[in-house]
Design a protein around this ligand. Sequence first.
Ligand SMILES: Nc1ncnc2c1ncn2[C@@H]1O[C@H](COP(=O)(O)OP(=O)(O)OP(=O)(O)O)[C@@H](O)[C@H]1O
Ligand code: SF4
Ligand SMILES: [Mg+2]
Length: 334
Amino acid sequence: MEKLLEVNDLHVTFSTYGGTVKAVRGVDFEIHQGETLAIVGESGCGKSVTANAIMKLIPDPPGKITKGTITFKNKALTSLSEKQMRSVRGVDISMIFQDPMTALNPTLTIGTQLIEGVREHQKLSAGQAKAKALEMLQLVGIPNPIERLKQYPHQFSGGMRQRIVIAMALICEPELLIADEPTTALDVTIQAQILELFEKIQAATKVAIILITHDLGVVAKIADRIAVMYAGKIIEVGSKREIFYQAQHPYTKGLLNSVPRLDVKGEKLKPIDGSPPDLFSPPQGCPFTARCPLAMEVCDKVYPNTTDKSKSHKVNCWMQDKRAQQLLKLTAIK
Ligand SMILES: Nc1ncnc2c1ncn2[C@@H]1O[C@H](COP(=O)(O)OP(=O)(O)OP(=O)(O)O)[C@@H](O)[C@H]1O
Ligand code: SF4
Ligand SMILES: [Mg+2]
């Protein structure tokens, strides 16, 4: 599969009265055509900031991409002007958010919004654009699309509105869809339907998806690969199988132990004790040190290198470092 998007050494900060929040601290990942990459991690670890940085939607001020590159099909998004970026958003890369209402204009019919959305970027006649809008509503499973085009957002249920937002995101046939917690605001049965919809859309359009969620159940269902974020860094990345069955990082293992698994009955769930570090002055070493049952002296002092467990599985933890045996002889700090 061809590489679609590559993020290299991304750093994002926010200046606040309390100091500078180092929200994203050297993130690297890539996504290939037609693939679903899930980004998971606790609240505040930098998932949304990473996604917004790809779209260049970091509010500046207070935010800033201070370092790194984001490349989409050999185009360096990081050096595009806002005007150039407007022809990327919605056309090459689309993004959908948690709350469907924020993406819809309550004063316009959904037909108008879909038709304007596509005509802004493509030279289509009104009739062609309307046909495209109907086709998209059908794709996302809105019944009676001809009548529904004339209705306003408030006339739809939450789940239906999220379907319309997905239709709007896909109408210009982007190659990458970024979905930031797209089902969190919906009730459980509707969540499952929206996830099925993502699978159906991917089969029909071959769009690549970056799915941001803290719900590992969602990830188990539709991700191909999983990147685990902690305190502004990706600390482990691998195929779904590698992360679910061969997780190496103590934080990933902790996350997996803290959620119910469908295949294990009667298991004891164990939340991860403690909380993530302050991102105003994050630790120079491994940010998980304060919560990690395996932490060694070195962990607190030096950030661990990336260890390649396989071609697709990478982890940043001193326990995986070849020098670990030697390091273990150093004082364990717990
Ligand atoms: N506009 C902003 N101003 C100041 N700090 C910000 C701003 N936006 C994000 N941050 C900070 O950046 C860090 C990462 O936030 P982000 O929204 O990416 O977390 P997240 O992983 O998406 O969390 P959640 O799961 O709760 O959505 C947090 O510490 C957050 O407080
Ligand atoms: S580097 Fe050290 S503190 Fe960090 S996860 Fe690995 S063992 Fe734990
Ligand atoms: Mg978020």
